[in-house]
Ligand binder design. Structure first.
Ligand SMILES: [Zn+2]
Length: 77
């Protein structure tokens, strides 16, 4: 078994998707060797699918990346 980064264990993998012709590939952005590929019958189908995958909501790591300080800074001059 390969090592899984702590962040991946806690928050889940952070998938990065890209398309290679008719194949959609994905891998974890943290470089933990997790990933895969799926081939579609046409390039158009792969493109359509890839768009959905990129938009797929990820794990709740957005909470860590973007702390909600907008409301506080809005009241300050
Ligand atoms: Zn990972």
């Amino acid at each position: 078994m390969h090592r899984i980064p702590v962040a991946c264990r806690l928050l889940g993998h952070r998938w990065d998707f890209w398309r290679e012709g008719r194949t959609i590939r994905w891998a974890c952005e943290r470089g933990c060797a997790e990933g895969g590929a799926r081939e579609y019958s046409t390039e158009e189908e792969a493109r359509r699918y890839g768009r959905h995958l990129v938009r797929k909501p990820g794990p709740p790591n957005a909470l860590l990346a973007a702390p909600r300080c907008a409301a506080r800074s809005a009241s300050a001059p």
